[in-house]
Design a binder for this molecule. Structure first.
Ligand SMILES: *Cc1c(COP(=O)(O)O)cnc(C)c1O
Length: 356
């Protein structure tokens, strides 16, 4: 007789096979070091007296210092190549990790890369505007051009695309954060990968927590976990939009992603959860909780997080643990979406001696 747990695992593993075969029908270029490691964070678990914490190391995807956009770009860049693009266009905030990984991915396959950077913070320091991701964008050979905060970035990309077209280029537009159905496939892959690692390591993952912004990461995970009939409790920690808007964005994209997969899986509204209480004053603006969380993990686990996304996600993880959100759960995974390159754009927010 199989136990219920064994039955559950065997159902999931059958579903992983089906999902992998579906994913194999989409064009994909290999850009990332996958699977990324799943590692325990035992000193954090002890410090918080909480469940056992694990970190899924999507900061180690390998491409230009790594991060979550690499998984999305495996599908987006493949689509650009299928469509005979000569260059890609994308947009983000000044310290966009997405822009940096797109610049690297384009370089690797020999496409041109044009990046539009929106000034969402109004910071005028040299580090913010030239160091960190901005330095790396340029090292990868991307052209960057800046736009004021609040600009209609999608429209700006269209304008640039028509200029490039008239110059004889074939541009391919990648939306901000790589968040469309094609990009979200990268996180459908991640959902399958995580369930495989849970089986291999013999851990029952109760919850998965991560920073959510342009929504493709969470939407892909939701679409993947629903396709697998997984019962992992997924929670996004918002970094920009209020809860209702964030959850709607994720739900809409998750539904569009299962449609795109064509597997007939429906996405119940209540599996989309975003907690947007850790945004602070706004996107890219530091909070005290983020700073404390980031320092705590740097010093307890030797891990680097970023001020805009993963640091705020962690602030949520830590605070919610203290509030008892994970009570009764045994294994909680934090998806490390990367971003540490942005630290060099924000050297003076930590109150460290010598920086001001
Ligand atoms: C883009 C990004 C996120 C958010 O992912 P979305 O798919 O945009 O929701 C989280 N963490 C880091 C470091 C990022 O660069």
């Amino acid at each position: 007789m199989l136990t219920t747990l064994e039955q559950h695992r065997s159902k999931i593993s059958e579903n992983i096979g089906i999902l992998r075969r579906t994913l194999d029908t989409f064009p994909r270029v290999r850009l990332g070091h996958l699977p990324t490691p799943l590692e325990p964070m035992d000193r954090l678990s002890e410090e918080l007296n909480g469940p056992r914490f694990w970190v899924k190391r999507d900061d180690c995807t390998g491409l230009s210092s790594g991060g979550n956009k690499t998984r999305k770009l495996e599908f987006l860049i493949a689509d650009a190549l299928e469509k005979n693009a000569t260059c890609v266009i994308t947009q983000g905030a000044t310290q966009s990790n997405h822009a940096r990984q797109t610049a690297a991915a384009a370089a690797k396959v020999g496409l041109g890369c044009h990046i539009l950077l929106e000034d969402r913070t109004g910071y005028n320091s040299e580090e913010y505007n030239l160091n960190g991701n901005v330095l790396l964008d340029q090292l990868h050979g991307a052209t960057i051009s800046k736009r004021n905060g609040g600009a209609d970035m999608a429209a700006e990309m269209e304008v640039l695309a028509s200029q490039l077209l008239s110059d004889g280029e074939t541009p391919y537009i990648i939306p901000g954060g790589g968040s469309n159905t094609t990009g979200a496939l990268g996180y459908v892959v991640c959902a399958a990968e995580l369930e495989e690692q849970a089986s291999e390591n013999n851990v029952e993952i109760d919850a998965l927590v991560h920073a959510t912004g342009s929504s493709g990461t969470q939407a892909g995970l939701v679409a993947g976990l629903c396709s697998l009939e997984s019962d992992i409790h997924l929670l996004g920690i918002g970094v920009r939009a209020p809860q209702e808007k964030q959850e709607k964005m994720v739900h809409d994209l998750a539904m569009a992603t299962t449609d795109f997969l064509g597997n007939g899986v429906s996405v119940p509204r209540d599996v989309v959860r975003a907690n947007c209480n850790y945004v602070g004053e706004g996107y890219g603006l530091p909070t005290e909780q983020m700073i404390n969380a980031l320092k705590m993990l740097a010093q307890l686990e030797g891990l680097l997080f970023d001020p805009v996304y993963s640091g705020k996600g962690l602030a949520g993880l830590i605070d919610l643990t203290r509030q008892g959100y994970f009570d009764g759960m045994q294994n909680v995974v934090f998806l490390h979406t990367g971003g540490s390159a942005a630290l060099f754009g924000y050297p003076n927010i930590f109150g460290l001696p010598g920086y001001n």
